[in-house]
Design a protein around this ligand. Structure first.
Ligand code: GTR
Length: 436
């Protein structure tokens, strides 16, 4: 498919040859481009063209034939292959307070033992349920960077005891959370806003599943599942950390399906940044997620890999070698060879509603590339009779758009803000037919 958004490389084509050689020798192109006129030409893979060259024209063929092909391409080349839910998995409610957050919420803490054993890999899930709401309630589910105790100013939440990235101003000392880290992510989670609108929040710390550094997998779920544990040599299509985190989100949903206070048919999966990439991959694989939300997910998330703007495949593979599968490394600086692009990750959520959000100052994540991904997913939504974005051009800042695919770019930096949450809640209200 020829992207209608491609830009000609007119400037470079018109340079005299000698001059171009001289430039190439003395000044290699900068690794990071922030100039829209230099993005260059690219051709996006057509989500509707099957491996055998036939074109999908109906939803049934997408589901039965093309969707599994696209999913398989993402597994093989980008995020790797994840295991199924272990039959032995066990969930245990460890604490409950019906009078949390000044009486606004019921707080439930649950430990999920992935292999059913207490000494095996596990994840602590925190659930806030709105008191006074008609239950079961719809929910948002997402992983945090700071631990369950960081998502609200709530002294009752168990303090995480596992590895965390050092951060003095967030109360992390010697890679461990202290009391000072309680509530440090409250602005990003807006728990009281969610509760007031009649939603539950379910959240877990991503480091429970895998600590976020190159060798973190050795003490994580991935090692516990591998034949040779920490000595494992991963196959090039084995899951990376994003695969593991996304898998953890599905395991959290497994628990939510058993919680009688949660309407598990109406769970929106949400994530910011690397955890936005994670939410997208979780939503692509697990069709139980009723809405998928990507907040500033950028490279390897919502933004198109083929656009040379902000972070690139080469940069992300170098900085975060553990996030993706081994095969993904070969596409560093070689994006045109990647058999998929990220609009197809968005398309994998179809027909479920999906929301992509950017921030004006988050140029590293390539806001336009995030919008174009959403735009180029529309043909798949149309197979289901769904409209997609409902606009052709990127909207102005702070002007949310969208039908089944939502999009906004807000003022400000790489972050999750109250403004973002207001849009997600409006989107969820609309698609869930939910009124408090
Ligand atoms: C950056 C990374 C981005 C984004 C971000 C985050 O350093 O380059 O892809 O994931 O981290 O997760 O905060």
């Amino acid at each position: 498919m020829n992207s209608v958004f491609s830009k000609p490389l007119a400037a470079i084509a018109s340079l005299p040859l000698l001059c171009a050689v001289a430039i190439a020798a003395s000044a290699p192109p900068p690794a990071v481009n922030y100039d829209e006129s230099k993005v260059g030409n690219y051709t996006l893979p057509d989500p509707l063209v099957c491996a055998d060259g036939t074109k999908v024209t109906d939803a049934a063929t997408w589901r039965a034939k093309r969707r599994p092909e696209v999913l398989e391409l993402f597994r093989t080349h980008v995020y790797g292959r994840s295991p199924a839910r272990p039959a032995a998995m066990k969930c245990e409610v460890t604490a409950e307070d019906k009078n949390a957050l000044g009486g606004k919420a019921t707080r439930r803490e649950v430990t999920i033992y992935f292999l059913g054993t207490k000494d095996g890999p596990k994840m602590d899930l925190l659930v806030y349920l709105p008191n006074g709401a008609k239950r079961p309630v719809p929910a948002f589910l997402g992983l945090s960077f700071g631990g369950n105790h960081a998502v609200a100013n709530d002294p009752g939440v168990k303090l995480s005891s596992v590895w965390m990235r050092p951060s003095k101003d967030k109360g992390i000392v010697n890679n461990r959370a202290t009391e000072a880290s309680r509530g440090t992510e409250a602005g990003r989670w807006q728990v009281e806003m969610l509760l007031a609108r009649g939603y539950a929040l379910a959240t877990a710390y991503y480091g429970d599943i895998e600590p976020d550094f190159a060798e973190g997998w050795k003490v994580s779920t991935r090692a516990a599942f591998a034949k040779d544990g920490a000595n494992t040599q991963f196959a090039p299509d084995d899951w990376g950390a994003i695969g593991a985190w996304a898998w953890g989100l599905s395991r959290a949903l497994d628990y939510l399906e058993t919680d009688r206070d949660v309407d598990a048919k109406h769970v929106a999966v949400i994530g910011h940044s690397r955890l936005g990439k994670t939410a997208l991959w979780a939503g692509a694989q697990d069709e139980r997620f009723a809405i998928v939300i990507s907040n500033n997910s950028g490279e390897g998330g919502a933004s198109l890999a083929r656009r040379w703007f902000g972070e690139t495949t080469a940069i992300i593979n170098k900085a975060f070698p553990h996030w993706f599968c081994g095969n993904f490394k070969q596409y560093a600086g070689n994006e045109s060879k990647l058999p998929v692009d990220q609009h197809e990750l968005i398309a994998l959520a179809a027909p479920q509603p999906i929301y992509v959000a950017s921030a004006e100052e988050d140029r590293w994540a390539d806001p336009r590339g995030e919008f174009l991904s959403a735009k180029n997913a529309e043909p798949v939504y149309r197979l289901f009779g769904k409209e997609g974005l409902g606009v052709d051009d990127m909207p102005a800042v702070n002007h949310p758009v969208g039908k089944t695919i939502g999009y906004h770019i807000r003022t400000g930096k790489h972050d999750v803000t109250a403004y973002d949450w207001e849009q997600y809640l409006n989107f969820a209200d609309h698609h869930f037919g939910h009124r408090k």
